[in-house]
Design a protein around this ligand. Sequence first.
Ligand code: KIV
Length: 274
Amino acid sequence: MKNTVNTFREAKKNGEKLTMLTAYDYSTAKLIDEAGVNSILVGDSLGNVILGYEDTVSVTVEDMIHHGAAVARGAKNALVVIDMPFMSYQTSVYDALVNAGRLMKEGRGNAVKLEGGKEVCPQIKAITDAGIPVCAHLGMTPQSINAFGGFKVQCKTEETARKLIEDAKAVEEAGAFAVVLECVPTKLAELITKEINIPTIGIGAGAGCDGQVLVYQDMLGMFSDFTPKFVKKFANVGEVMKEAFKQYIEEVSNGTFPEEKHGYKIDEEVLKSL
Ligand code: KIV
């Protein structure tokens, strides 16, 4: 059955954990969808893990549409959430509305995600008023890496922790259907989860959140540039891939691949007539 924002609402009410994983292409989305995840996030982390940028700042609306549409074609049951990239919503409510609309119409998402608290509440309200579900994103917000001066755990002081609680309440009030909490101390994420009525989806925010999200290359051991502490490697797919690539190179080099069974036959008579 298709997961919707109602699935998220019901899960929070019933205390059921929600699962979210990133995907950026059709075949991976299909595998994740078939595994039964609630939601697929077409994260702007594609800047790092797909496009090889140092951060997510350079990702464009066109990039998100291109990858979003591929994921949407592979996701039958998962709720597809597409990230609004840097400067596609911060500039004005109008820009936010236009770009969220493009991610839905051209990217075929079921919802959009954007980073920030009180300062982006007018955008969240306008987008949700237009009938587009919005997932908020608080704590370590990678689009602001230049302001943070690096990837760090956020909200450890009383002042910043209080601001995070206020932001979580504000995005709920503005209409967000869920909020991602990234790199937030476990106890603080637990407190926020109790204080708000929309699901919290944690990444480096502990087990007290209503759900969890991970970048699939991280959890499969396919991305070695940087592995944050909160990542659990559920498999070592990177090594498996590398071994298979090596074996392919060897077999092509020594002539053991392809075998006869991998080829196509032609009638001997046709061959003779050539
Ligand atoms: O872009 C992304 O993958 C994300 C997750 C880390 C939550 O925003």
